[in-house]
Design a binder for this molecule. Sequence first.
Ligand SMILES: Cc1ncc(COP(=O)(O)O)c(C=O)c1O
Length: 459
Amino acid sequence: MRVKTIIEPFRIKMVEPIRMTTEQERRGLLEEAGYNLFLIAAENVIIDLLTDSGTAAMSDAQWAGMMRGDESYAGARSFYRFQEKVREVTGFAQVIPTHQGRAAERILFGLLGGPGRVIPSNTHFDTTRANIEAQCAEAADLVIPEGLDPASLHPFKGNMDVERLEELILRVGPANVPVCMLTVTNNSGGGQPVSMENIRRTREVVNRHGIPLFLDACRFAENAYFIKRREPGYSQHTCTQIAREMFSYADGCTMSAKKDALVNIGGFLAMNDEELARKARNVLIVTEGFPTYGGLAGRDLEAIAQGLEEVLHEDYLAYRIRTAEYMGEKLEEAGVPFVKPPGGHAIYLDARAFAPHIPPQEFPGQAIACALYLLGGVRACEIGSVMFGRTDPQTGRHVAPPLELVRLAFPRRVYTQSHFDYVIEVIRDVYDRRESLRGMRITYEPQALRHFTARYELR
Ligand SMILES: Cc1ncc(COP(=O)(O)O)c(C=O)c1O
């Protein structure tokens, strides 16, 4: 008999205690934080699913790499190991370390953005959009229609709508589209994968107009595993081969190593264009650091190099993707609405269907996220009207994004199955009491990326 249970493919040799809190304690903490979960101290969270970014547990080999880190200012041994590994995984010749993904974005869009420019993607992540808009360029989201339908079972809901991409390029003129991005997997769209065929077709479209294609590669390994599992012709390929093929259709990538490089800090910008890389390094020196460390310590570069090796191990990826599938199966049994099929790094609750009595301008996702914290100490993240909603300057009315989601993102190699069983129980409990959830009003918001620091009150 073959054993079917997919286990965590690691043993635990160091533990970090979780502090238990009571519902009463959490009620006070929530009020103090203005109902913003980003403003709650982590020690007051029981299961922290705020993000999968920078929250991974590193392996023994990564910690050993930390000890080997060469901290020379220029030309450190750790940089060359990092560069070699990034080249091996991506195939890009020019490798520029940055302190995290958004630093790579800022450098890229600082060079390619500007007024009148339009940068398409399947869906830009919030920092990507903010960095494009900070350069007075426009960020266009062109995911396929199925990607906006939480109930659609399309296997590659992160795909770019290539027809709309071509229309956009023809409408604004190729000279105004300095780069096309493709986010793998599509985080803001539900952590949904992009197929190899779609990457290839996106490449064909941009090729026709002489536009470079860059991957936002944060979750490239998870995307590769989905291709292996779901796309005809790839089941016998290794994830390393699949990842390499994905990158082969692109001219470069931005990368937050805090996701699929299994580290707590770091990122890179990589590309083939030598001239663009030269300009990027000049910006890097002014704002991040010398090109062989780019704002990171040598030990961080070692950990990234090792993480890029481990993330493509198929036992790891099978366990990783199974986690979301398992939670999806349990939520489905309870009738809880969520984005289907489950994404790679997270489960996204469908807040519109979960709490239909709360209109988008009263932030249903935020109300659900606060209830998850209150009832179970589980921290999740709203990805809906708080994060992407706008007030129309002419009418003063709320313009809601297509989806109202609550993301429960899974730190890599951190929580066990019983932790997930606990989270499932908390979600079911909130769902059972959904009619008592109340909408929220913002009492303070900053100019950009308001979800990080906004404050709310209950309506
Ligand atoms: C798809 C995507 N792109 C870019 C980023 C930004 O990366 P970082 O947080 O390292 O700046 C993130 C982070 O969550 C992301 O999910």
